[in-house]
Design a protein around this ligand. Structure first.
Ligand SMILES: [Cu+2]
Length: 149
């Protein structure tokens, strides 16, 4: 479908437009955060328009949204396609981390802290694979991201 200018935006056949980029809390890596926020906005736009351009997520691939609640990550595994931003949102007023690698073999790919309720953190993985992570504060709080090509 061809885009056409309509006022201050390009109309793609649906009225969903990306929200303005919001600063997220607990952003230890501002550059990654801004890029990821843009990817999230773009992803939402495409998701809202999926009927018009025919692009649907691969079977089983999700939006990349992961909730933290009751000392657990949900969903886990979180299944995304390469390049999809994975965004964690802290659902409780307890500090958690999203630390890559297994608990006893942290691999240093990412290490994010979500200080309190509604804090978010985002990572975009550019290679397929299975990426375990954990909360460095709470034993037993473990998650997995599965990235497909
Ligand atoms: Cu935790």
């Amino acid at each position: 479908m061809e885009g056409r200018w309509s006022g201050d935006r390009i109309a793609w056949g649906c009225d969903i437009r990306p929200e303005p980029l919001r600063r997220t809390r607990a952003m230890n890596f501002p550059r990654i955060g801004v890029a990821a926020a843009f990817l999230v906005a773009a992803g939402l736009t495409l998701g809202g328009c999926s009927g018009s351009d025919g692009t649907e997520p691969a079977a089983g691939a999700g939006s990349g949204a992961v909730a933290i609640k009751s000392f657990a990550y949900s969903p886990s595994p979180a299944k995304v396609k390469v390049g999809t931003a994975v965004t964690w949102t802290n659902g409780e007023d307890i500090r958690h981390t999203v630390t890559s690698g297994k608990r006893n073999s942290t691999d240093g790919k990412f290490d994010l802290t979500l200080d309190a309720k509604d804090a978010t953190a985002t990572v975009t993985l550019d290679a397929p694979g299975t990426f375990p992570y954990h909360c460095a504060i709470h034993p037993g709080m473990d998650g997995v991201i599965e990235v497909s090509a």
